[in-house]
Write a protein that binds this ligand. Structure first.
Ligand code: ASP
Length: 320
């Protein structure tokens, strides 16, 4: 299978075969990250610009490490240090960066759809969506799929429960697209204020109580309460304490309601004591740091395939 896309904007756009191929390639890059010398010449002579106009710890570092391990030159621009603070539009910023001919622009922006607009406006630059508002975060979706596939031997037929702030979560959307395409059963669980209307049309089953949502589930993906996106002044939850009582995972709830081999995931950053009790976040159920580890391999795989994959690397004498 060859991957023939210019950009990675969302898992909604991809077929199950494309997602499977991305995961296979990412899995091959995992081993490289465990070697003592973690560099291959695959993207030598290529440049990657990271344009992050929203906060990020894991995703930005992970993209940067991935690009450097593939020998690309990387350049990072963050919100506070960019000319967007002087009033420049996202499109102008991106057009100016594209005029310097980077091969890949990795973009995080608070507007859903902003990254898609750039992909259309910049025909010669590969655009990777590193999170656009509450819309999609495709590399997080892919690393979640890779983590589940590695831990459980596959995704098809598994029951995955996504708990929390579905309304404001781009991770939830990418996860739902990816999981349903690969044949998993998806449940979403949270207070009605944090479950967007129509989410069933994406193939998810809606729950408002944690106990039935966790029943027989193979995986629980716990989401962060996205305080920064609750900007309409609405009261989505009575208090963090109340939220945690109803939707947070504690050892006691796990013992009563979950399978003993439930896999617990979280995209980070964790609000300890809100969505996860600290002892659960660090427990034997948790694969949260495996997600982070797999994230580097996924981003290596995505950049490698967007720039032509094996074919281009061979043509230009840069095999992995
Ligand atoms: N890091 C993830 C994101 O950027 C999840 C989160 O922030 O809650 O969407």
């Amino acid at each position: 299978m060859t991957f023939k896309r210019k950009d990675l904007l969302g898992l909604r756009d991809l077929s199950a075969a494309e997602i499977g191929h991305l995961l296979d390639v990412a899995d091959q890059f995992r081993g490289l990250n465990l070697r003592s010398i973690k560099k291959v010449p695959t993207l030598r002579g290529k440049s990657v610009v990271h344009l992050f106009l929203e906060p990020s710890t894991r995703t930005r570092t992970s993209f940067d490490i991935a690009a450097k391990r593939l020998s690309a030159d990387t350049h990072a621009i963050t919100g506070s240090a960019s000319s967007t603070t002087k009033g420049e539009t996202l499109l102008d910023t991106a057009r100016n960066l594209a005029a310097m001919h980077p091969d890949i622009l990795v973009v995080r922006h608070r507007y859903a759809g902003g990254v898609r607009m750039l992909a259309e406006a910049l025909p010669d630059t590969a655009i990777i969506n590193a999170g656009d508002g509450a819309c999609e975060h495709p590399t997080q979706g892919l690393l979640d799929l890779l983590t589940i596939r590695r831990a459980l031997g596959g995704v098809a037929g598994k029951t995955v429960t996504i708990v929390g702030d579905i309304t404001h979560s781009r991770v939830a959307r990418s996860d739902i697209w990816g999981l349903t395409k690969l044949g998993a059963r998806v449940r979403v669980c949270g207070p009605p204020t944090l479950i967007p209307p129509g989410i069933e049309r994406m193939g998810a089953e809606v729950h408002h109580h944690l106990e039935p949502a966790l029943k027989d589930a193979d995986v629980a993906i716990m989401l962060r309460i996205q305080k920064e996106r609750m900007f309409q002044g609405g009261h989505y939850i009575p208090s963090q304490r109340e939220y945690s009582r109803l939707y947070g995972l504690s050892r006691a709830k796990l013992k009563r309601w979950a399978r003993r081999d439930l896999l617990i995931m979280h995209p980070g950053p964790i609000n300890r004591g809100v969505e996860l009790e600290p002892e659960v976040a660090d427990s034997e159920w948790s694969v949260i740091l495996d997600q982070v580890e797999n994230g580097v391999a996924v981003r290596m795989g995505v950049m490698y395939l967007l720039l032509g994959g094996e074919g281009a690397a061979r043509r230009e004498g840069r095999g992995p």
